[in-house]
Design a binder for this molecule. Structure first.
Ligand SMILES: [Zn+2]
Length: 339
């Protein structure tokens, strides 16, 4: 991850409480050795951790400190800032999941690195990204580092929440909470990237408060993808489940299973579709896929509300299984059958 430090902490949007807390600590100079940044994916936890690492090493901060209203730290111009922003600082260490796991070997390697002095940093910073990907063994290995923190070293863990981590790990970190991004901010963010307003409004809802998710949706050809999904979910002559439809369903789960990244987004979209069908009669303002309102109105006539709610349950069950690393193909096949 390379980031732009030119505007310091003020580049971190919609996380005023977290930023105020961190800049307050920088001002006081009384900084705990371990932090846990919690909140959903794609809302700026890692970017904030890197910015904090920058501020701990920025030469301007060293000379002038952090003023009360100063959001423009780190400076982004000095040598340490530039190295950290470009991801080339030897003492800013990022540990991230490989194949969605952080193994004990990775934590042991980290321990060996931390046993020697920092190369050049005033303050070494270790970011353990997606710390919930540690298994209990890895967590216990990390605990040793937290119990006897190496000198001049700060650890920042990021995670979705606290209950996916060992309580002993959580209790040794100071927690900083990050909030989901308000929908209107996500829409504005997408529009700034050049996404047309109508599409931005839809993706803004599907993104569920995450800039990261909004970006990944905007980067896929979402409008075409949605057409493709709808073909499978809502065959034009629904009602008669012929074998052609069954073949299409299986092909759908096969294609989807190959594209792990897109699966959760697709399931989220399918949920939004069935939710739209369920709410359209009562309140068409709450429909997410507004550009498809006519089609939603028409399709909704084919279903009773309990049918739609049970489809949403099926999708939620599949989402949970996939997040828990269940067999993807099997999960999708079962899901399509139950739909
Ligand atoms: Zn600097």
């Amino acid at each position: 991850m390379t980031i732009n430090f030119a505007t310091g902490f003020s580049a971190i949007r919609n996380q005023e409480t977290a930023v105020r807390r961190l800049t307050g600590l920088l001002r006081s100079g009384n900084i705990p050795h371990a932090f846990l940044f919690t909140g959903i994916d794609g809302i700026g936890k890692k970017k904030t951790a890197l910015t904090f690492a920058g501020a701990l090493n920025c030469q301007r901060v060293d000379e002038q400190g952090v003023a009360e209203d100063d959001a423009v730290v780190p400076c982004g111009k000095c040598r340490p800032c530039k190295k950290i922003a470009s991801g080339h600082h030897p003492d800013i260490i990022v540990v991230a999941p490989e194949k969605s796991r952080i193994k004990i070997a990775a934590i042991r390697d980290l321990g060996r690195m931390l046993a020697v002095k920092p190369y050049e940093a005033r303050q070494r910073v270790v970011i353990i990204d997606q710390a919930q990907a540690m298994n209990p063994k890895a967590g216990n290995a990390l605990l040793k580092l937290l119990e006897e923190p190496p000198r001049k070293t700060f650890l920042i863990l990021t995670a979705g929440n606290t209950y996916s981590l060992l309580p002993t790990v959580v209790s040794r970190c100071q927690q900083v909470k990050f909030k989901p991004i308000p929908e209107h901010s996500v829409v504005t963010h997408l529009e700034k990237k050049g996404v047309p307003h109508e599409e931005a409004a839809i993706l803004g809802k599907l993104a569920n408060g995450s800039f990261g998710k909004a970006d990944s949706l905007a980067d896929t050809d979402w409008v075409n993808r949605r057409q493709w999904i709808l073909q499978v979910v809502e065959p034009q002559d629904a009602g008669k489940k012929d074998s052609g439809q069954a073949v299409l369903s299986l092909a759908f789960s096969e294609i989807l299973a190959r594209d792990r990244e897109a699966i959760l987004d697709t399931l989220e979209f399918m949920k939004s579709w069935f939710r739209d069908l369920a709410v359209v009669r009562a309140d068409s303002d709450r429909v997410v896929n507004k550009d498809q309102l006519d089609r939603i109105r028409q399709t909704a006539r084919r279903y009773r509300t309990p049918q739609l709610l049970s489809k949403i349950d099926v999708l939620e069950a599949a989402q949970k299984n996939i997040e828990a690393n269940a067999n993807i193909r099997l999960t999708l096949d079962v899901m399509m059958m139950n739909l």
